[in-house]
Write a protein that binds this ligand. Sequence first.
Ligand SMILES: C[S@@+](CC[C@H](N)C(=O)[O-])C[C@H]1O[C@@H](n2cnc3c(N)ncnc32)[C@H](O)[C@@H]1O
Length: 250
Amino acid sequence: MDELDYNTCNATFRSLTDQQRLMVEETSRLIGADADLELTSYGCGFGMFELELIARVPRRTVWFQGVDTNGEAVERLRSELAGLPKVRGHRVFTASMADVADLRITPTEYGLFVQSLCYLGADEGMAVVKEARNRHRRLIVAVTPLNRLNGPFAESLARQGVVRPLFAQTLAEELTRFGIEFRTVTVGAEIAVPVSEPAHRLLEFLTFARHQPWLGGTSRAELLDAVAELGTVSAGHVRIPHPVEVFGIG
Ligand SMILES: C[S@@+](CC[C@H](N)C(=O)[O-])C[C@H]1O[C@@H](n2cnc3c(N)ncnc32)[C@H](O)[C@@H]1O
C-alpha cells in the first residue's frame, strides 16, 4: 500500500467500527477533567484519533506534540491543528519514535501511543517506552491483541523483520518482565460492515484488513463474501470483534 491508499483505506476501515469512539472515551476518562493538557502522541499519523480526543477531552486548552515517520500525514495534521481554537500550541515532527534520543521532543504530562507501538518489535519498542517514561508523567498505550483480524498485519511486519511486535499480549509480557506497573482496560469494540456497502468501500476495507493490495475477486458479491469470512452476519451487517487494550503506565 502506498501512503495515499493507506490513509484512504484506514479511513474507510475506521468509519465502520466503534473502536475509535470507545478508545477516545476511555482515554478521555483516564486523562480526566482539569484546566490545560500537555500531550505528546507517538505515531500520530494525521491525527484521526488525536483530533477527536482533543475535541472531546474535558480540558480547557491542549498543547499538542506529535511524532510520525509519514511526512504527508504530519503536514496534514499541522494544518488541522492550526485551525483549532482549543489548541494553544503545537509541534509535529517527521521522525521515528525509535529515535528515542531526539531532543526536540519536549516532556509533557501525557505520552500517547495509539495503534502505533505495534509497528515496533519488543526490543526497540520497550526502549521507546522506557525513554518515554522519563519524559511524561503518564503513558497511555492503546493497542489491539494479536488476533485473526490483524494476523495479515503481523505477517507484513514479520516480512519487514519486526520481531515480537508489541501487540497487547507481548506488551503486557514485556512490561511485567521489566517490572513496570500498568493497568489495562479492554475496550470491547466491533466492526459492523453493512451488507449494502458499495464495492469500492468493501475493497478499501479488505485492503486495509489484509494490509496489502486485495488480490481476490473484485465483484461486489466476491468482496462481500471475503468480508463475511471475517465475522458473523446478522441484521444486515457483518459483525467482526475488534477489541483494543488500553494500558495506563505510571
Ligand atoms: C494506525 S496509524 C495510527 C495513527 C494515529 N495514532 C491514530 O490513531 O489516528 C499508525 C501510525 O504509526 C506511524 N508509525 C509507524 N512506525 C512509526 C515509527 N517508528 N515512528 C513514528 N511513527 C510510526 C505510522 O506512520 C502511522 O501513521
